[in-house]
Design a protein around this ligand. Structure first.
Ligand code: MF3
Ligand code: CO
Ligand code: CO
Length: 359
């Protein structure tokens, strides 16, 4: 079971709520949408009895979850055609890590270009499809079909048991949101994280999209998150420690008074979805690994309007901000070159093709 909008929607609750609060009765059929998108405008006082009829004070009952994303229904896993090459975890749902060279061979790098180009292409198409009224499950179906059409395997599917082909993270969901029956509404923001397995290697990228018209604060969050990713990417220089990446990201986020999530990090990538390189998105003197030509890893900062701390839903996947404020993310897969970086999921046709200040 996974995400939909609060209050857990049922016609009954909608009716109950307007009936006990004559001040908002005039909103009529729209009360549900009003309540979920602008909780702060509700004429509900902290000490009022909660609208849900629990008999508890509003502040001790539903106030904390007002306007939050909540679980919807997850549809059954989608099949992948027999002829498509699968990663080792596809059948069992268990990923066993092995020692993979950090510096990739030219052959692996060429194959990664293929998988990365495909992921970038699918991410763009999926982002173009985002509109109010569609469910995140519909996005999953679209991404799944675009992937298998290209004879690739959608890497998230059954990775450590993850049940879908893409991650869809809405509003305060930091990452790993599972597509479900939740309907995207005007003003939401949604991150789509697309990873393809093709030619025996993975390509991983994500971007955050507005659903219809979004407020200025959300637009700023998205813009600065993209900038943070590119600040990190431009710090990729052979011979330098990987801590340069986190420092660049953290400095930019701080300058805009935004938070940097610490619990999720960029990762080595190649024949495995996640290999042993860790790319922190904040500065740590302990990140001493020196970047070398041929290394491949992701940079994928998660930036918040409020707290950088997170909570995990009971599904053990969905990570949300501890304070419920919105969060955005961008991701590219990088190759360290002799002189700097090659962003394998960027370039023409990508959602974020290059640093915003050089576009
Ligand atoms: N694509 C995500 C990343 O950037 C990982 C998703 S794992 C999944 O690392 F199982 F949730 F799909
Ligand atoms: Co990703
Ligand atoms: Co990643």
């Amino acid at each position: 079971m996974r995400s939909t909008i609060v209050p857990a929607p049922s016609a009954l609750q909608t009716v109950d709520r307007s009936a006990s609060h004559p001040a908002i009765r005039w909103i009529g059929a729209n009360v549900f949408l009003m309540a979920t998108t602008s909780p702060s405008t509700l004429p509900m006082q902290a000490n009022d009895p909660c609208w849900c009829g629990s008999g508890r004070k509003y502040k001790r009952c539903h106030r904390g979850s007002e306007g939050r994303v909540v679980a919807g229904t997850v549809s059954p896993m989608r099949p992948v055609p027999e002829h498509i090459g699968r990663p080792p975890y596809a059948l069992s749902g268990r990923s066993v890590r092995w020692d993979e060279p950090r510096i990739k061979s030219p052959d692996i790098i060429e194959r990664m270009r293929g998988a990365c180009g495909m992921a970038a292409d699918i991410l763009r198409l999926a982002g173009e499809a985002v509109r109010p009224g569609m469910t995140t499950d519909e996005i999953d179906i679209y991404v799944h079909d675009l992937t298998v059409e290209r004879d690739a395997y959608p890497s998230p599917l059954n990775y450590n048991g993850y049940p879908k082909s893409v991650c869809t993270s809405v509003n305060e969901v930091i990452c790993h949101g599972i597509p479900d029956s939740r309907v995207l509404v005007e003003g939401d923001i949604v991150n789509l994280d697309v990873t393809c397995y093709f030619g025996g290697v993975h390509g991983d990228c994500n971007a955050t999209f507005g659903v219809g018209e979004i407020d200025a604060e959300s637009a700023r969050l998205i813009r600065v998150s993209d900038e943070c990713m590119w600040m990190g990417i431009e710090a990729v220089v052979p011979g330098r420690p990987i801590s340069d990446v986190g420092r660049a990201i953290e400095n930019h986020a701080k300058a805009h008074r935004l938070g940097v999530v610490r619990a999720f990090v960029g990762h080595g990538i190649g024949e495995q979805f996640h290999s042993d390189i860790q790319v922190l998105h904040y500065y740590s003197p302990a990140s001493t690994m020196v970047m070398r030509p041929g290394m491949t890893f992701t940079i994928e900062p998660m930036i918040t309007l409020g707290s950088w701390q997170h909570k995990l839903w009971p599904d053990n996947w969905t990570a949300v901000t501890a304070d419920g404020t919105r969060t955005a993310q961008f991701e590219h897969t990088l190759l360290v070159t002799e002189t700097g970086y090659d962003a394998l999921t960027a370039g023409p046709g990508a959602v974020s093709p290059s640093a915003p200040w050089s576009r």
